[in-house]
Design a protein around this ligand. Structure first.
Ligand code: ATP
Length: 216
């Protein structure tokens, strides 16, 4: 990642892919400029936050004109390394893992699940949407041969840490953890945790206890 990116606050950085996806759609529909109000409506982020986020990118919207779509797109493409394909490994080809293999990540960004791993003899040796499923025994070799540094974890929680330790030793730098397990990793490894059950529960809690206007 460039030094420029390092200065962007993490909360802003997390919104980049969201902005990028929407701007790409705008661009393909031929729009040259967009206001922060339009963006806000589309991505559901308040316009003050959008203006602050965009000021980090050196994109200053003009009153009555808005933001230049091309400028923003070029910035996002560069910042999100969209010119380079990022190969990703998926561990655990269960229901969720299979759904990810069937999902075309390339549609919206330059990321591709390159290989998958499982211990189930019925799954290894197969391919799902052209992605080969290997046995876990081959993990270290395939990751190093294919020069892969990002992994998605969709295994049962009790095996998540053991697999994580192997991933760390295989030079994986980032893990998207879909298991409920909290993973211990060295500080040099970045883990993003998405617990779908918790997210759903939290959504329902907010729905019950906070009127929508109060939700940030
Ligand atoms: P399914 O119905 O296919 O079992 P699931 O998502 O309900 O899917 P889980 O028990 O969560 O099943 O397991 C997810 C996947 O992780 C399964 O395909 C399973 O074979 C695989 N798995 C289990 N243990 C390991 C392991 N140690 N290493 C790699 N993959 C594993």
């Amino acid at each position: 990642m460039s030094n420029e990116t390092m200065k962007i606050p993490q909360a802003t950085a997390k919104r980049l892919p969201l902005y990028y996806r929407f701007l790409k759609n705008l661009h393909s529909s031929g729009k040259q400029r967009v206001s922060s109000a339009e963006l806000s409506e589309a991505v559901k982020v308040d316009s003050a936050t959008i203006r602050r986020d965009f000021s980090y990118f050196g994109a200053l919207g003009k009153k009555g004109y808005g933001y230049n779509v091309n400028y923003l797109l070029t910035f996002f493409r560069k910042t999100l390394d969209q010119d380079e394909l990022t190969k990703v490994a998926l561990i655990g080809v269960g229901n969720l893992g299979t759904a990810f293999l069937n999902y075309n990540f390339l549609k919206n960004n330059n990321t591709k699940i390159e290989c998958a791993f499982d211990v189930d003899p019925n799954k290894m040796g197969t391919t799902i949407r052209d992605v080969p499923v290997y046995h876990m025994d081959e993990l270290e070799k395939v990751l190093s041969d294919d020069d892969i540094h990002v992994a998605i974890l969709t295994v049962p929680a009790p095996v998540a840490q053991v697999i994580t330790d192997r991933l760390v030793n295989s030079n994986i730098k980032a893990i998207l953890n879909f298991t409920p397990a909290r993973l211990n990793v060295p500080t040099s490894i970045r883990v993003h945790h998405i617990d779908l059950a918790v997210e759903l529960q939290s959504l329902i809690y907010f729905l019950k206890h906070y009127p929508t206007e109060e939700i940030e």
